[in-house]
Design a protein around this ligand. Structure first.
Ligand code: PLP
Length: 417
C-alpha cells in the first residue's frame, strides 16, 4: 500500500483521488490507449526520485548527487535495448508527443516534408496535423487507407513518397486495427531517399511480446509511449540506430525537455523488466484473443467494424447507418459504466468532436484478468447500451450490472487512493 500519511488532511484532494480510484475500479476501461500498471510500478512513480534533478545523461549531468540516477537510467536504457533489440534507447521523453518532437528535430529542419498517416484515417496528431507543432513547423502530407479494404494504401505511400520526396516517412497510428507492413514502408523510404520513423506507441507491447512485427530492423528511429499496451507509466521513449543516438539525445535534452522525470524512469525500468518476463507474452496473447472475441460479438450483433476486424488490441466500430454518432455512443456507454472514446472513421464527414466511430481496446481489461468468456459479458453490456442510448434508466441499470461485474476482477485491492 502506498504511504498516504498526511494526505487525508487535504480532504478536497483526497476525495478526488478516491473518486478516481473508484471510477477505475467499478467501470470498464476500454480506451485503447490506456492500461493498468502493477502496484509496484505505481510505487516507483511515487518514489523519492521525484525529488531529483538530473539534467543531462549518465556521467554527464548538470547537477550533483546523480550517482543513483545514473545507475537507474543506465539500467532502464539497457532493458529497453534488450526488450526491443535496439542499438540505442533514450528513456527520458515525458510523453509520446515529446518523443516525436525530438525525433523530428534530430533529422529535420523547419519546412522539411513529412509523409505521415492522415489523422482522419487513424494517424496521430503529431504525425503532421495542422493543430499540432508538427503541422505548424513542417510541410506535412498524408497517406491513408483504401476505401474498399480500409487497409493502409501502400500504393499511395509509394506514389506520394516518389512525388513529394519527403525527408521522413512516418508509420504508426492511433486507431488502425491492423498489422502494419514495415517492409513496404522501408521500400518506399529507400526509393525516395527518406528516413523511416515508426511510432509504435499503440502496439509496443505486442512488439515486445513478438506478436506484432518489430519495426526495429526497418526504421532508423522508433518512438513509443510506455503507457499503452506496454503497460508502463505515462511516458515516452525513443529507440534508434547508433548513428542517430547523439542527435536524438541532444534533441530530448536540451532540445525539447529539461530535467528528466527520474521517478517515471524508475517506473519505466520496472515496466520493461515486467515486459521481459515470459508471462508478459501470455498477457499480450490474451489481449489479442479478447479483442478478437469482442470483434466477433459486435459484428454478430450487426455492428460494422472498420477493415472488418482486428489484428491488434483495438477495434473501430463504424456507427454510420446506426443513427448514432461517436459522441452519442461514448456518452451512453459512460452512463452504462463503460469508458471508451469516439473516433473518426476513414472517409467520414462528421467533425472530430462528434465523429462516427467508436474505438474500443482490451489492454486494460485484460490486465484486470478478463478472459474471452468475460468479454462475451462485456460485449453484451456494450450492445445493450448502444441499442438503448436514449434510455437513461436502462443505461444506469447496465451501469449497476457493470459495477457488480467489476467486483469479480479486483483492481488495486490494497490501495486507499
Ligand atoms: N503517438 C501515437 C501513435 C499515439 O497514439 C499517441 C497518443 O495517444 C501519441 C503518440 C502521443 O502520446 P502522448 O499522449 O503521451 O503525448
Amino acid at each position: 500500500m502506498l504511504n498516504t500519511k498526511g494526505l487525508e488532511l487535504d480532504s478536497q484532494l483526497y476525495g478526488i483521488l478516491q473518486r478516481e480510484l473508484g471510477r477505475q475500479r467499478y467501470k470498464l476501461e476500454m480506451i485503447a490507449s490506456e492500461n493498468f500498471v502493477s502496484e509496484a510500478i505505481l510505487a516507483c512513480g511515487a518514489s523519492v526520485f521525484t525529488n531529483k534533478y538530473a539534467e543531462g545523461y549518465p556521467d554527464r549531468r548538470y547537477y550533483g548527487g546523480c550517482e543513483y540516477a545514473d545507475e537507474l537510467e543506465i539500467l532502464t536504457q539497457s532493458r529497453a535495448r534488450k526488450l526491443f533489440g535496439a542499438e540505442h534507447a533514450n528513456v527520458q521523453p515525458h510523453c509520446g508527443s515529446s518523443a516525436n518532437m525530438a525525433a523530428y528535430f534530430s533529422v529535420l529542419k523547419p519546412g522539411d516534408t513529412i509523409l505521415g498517416m492522415d489523422l482522419a484515417h487513424g494517424g496521430h496528431l503529431t504525425h503532421g496535423a495542422q493543430v499540432s507543432f508538427s503541422g505548424r513547423l513542417f510541410n506535412c502530407r498524408f497517406y491513408g487507407v483504401r476505401q474498399d479494404t480500409e487497409l493502409i494504401d501502400y500504393d499511395q505511400v509509394f506514389e506520394l513518397s516518389e512525388s513529394l520526396k519527403p525527408k521522413i516517412i512516418v508509420a504508426g497510428a492511433s486507431s488502425y486495427p491492423r498489422i502494419i507492413d514495415f517492409s513496404l514502408f522501408r521500400e518506399a523510404a529507400d526509393r525516395c531517399g527518406a528516413l523511416l520513423m515508426v511510432d509504435m506507441a499503440h502496439f509496443a507491447g505486442l512488439v515486445a511480446a513478438g506478436l506484432h512485427p518489430s519495426p526495429i530492423p526497418y526504421a532508423e528511429i522508433v518512438t513509443t509511449t510506455t503507457h499503452k499496451t506496454l503497460r508502463g507509466p505515462r511516458g515516452g521513449m525513443i529507440l534508434c540506430r547508433k548513428k542517430f543516438a547523439k542527435a536524438i539525445d541532444d534533441q530530448i535534452f536540451p532540445g525539447v525537455q529539461g530535467g528528466p522525470l527520474m521517478h517515471i524512469i524508475a517506473a519505466k525500468a520496472l515496466a520493461l523488466g515486467e515486459a521481459l518476463e515470459p508471462d508478459f507474452i501470455d498477457y499480450q496473447r490474451q489481449v489479442l484473443k479478447n479483442t478478437k472475441r469482442l470483434a466477433v460479438r459486435l459484428a454478430d450483433a450487426g455492428f460494422r467494424l472498420v477493415s472488418g476486424g482486428t489484428d491488434t488490441h483495438l477495434l473501430l466500430v463504424d456507427l454510420r447507418g446506426t443513427g448514432l454518432t461517436g459522441q452519442a455512443a461514448q456518452t451512453a456507454l459512460d452512463l452504462a459504466g463503460i469508458t471508451a472514446n469516439k473516433n473518426a472513421v476513414p472517409f467520414e464527414k462528421e467533425r472530430f468532436s462528434v465523429a462516427s466511430g467508436l474505438r474500443l481496446g482490451t489492454a486494460a481489461l485484460t490486465s484486470r484478468g478478463l478472459l474471452e468468456a468475460d468479454m462475451d459479458e462485456v460485449s453484451d453490456f456494450i450492445i445493450d447500451a448502444l441499442r438503448h442510448t436514449d434510455d437513461d434508466g436502462r443505461l444506469k441499470k447496465i451501469g449497476q450490472r457493470v459495477e457488480e461485474f467489476t467486483l469479480r476482477f479486483p483492481l488495486y485491492p490494497n490501495l486507499l487512493i
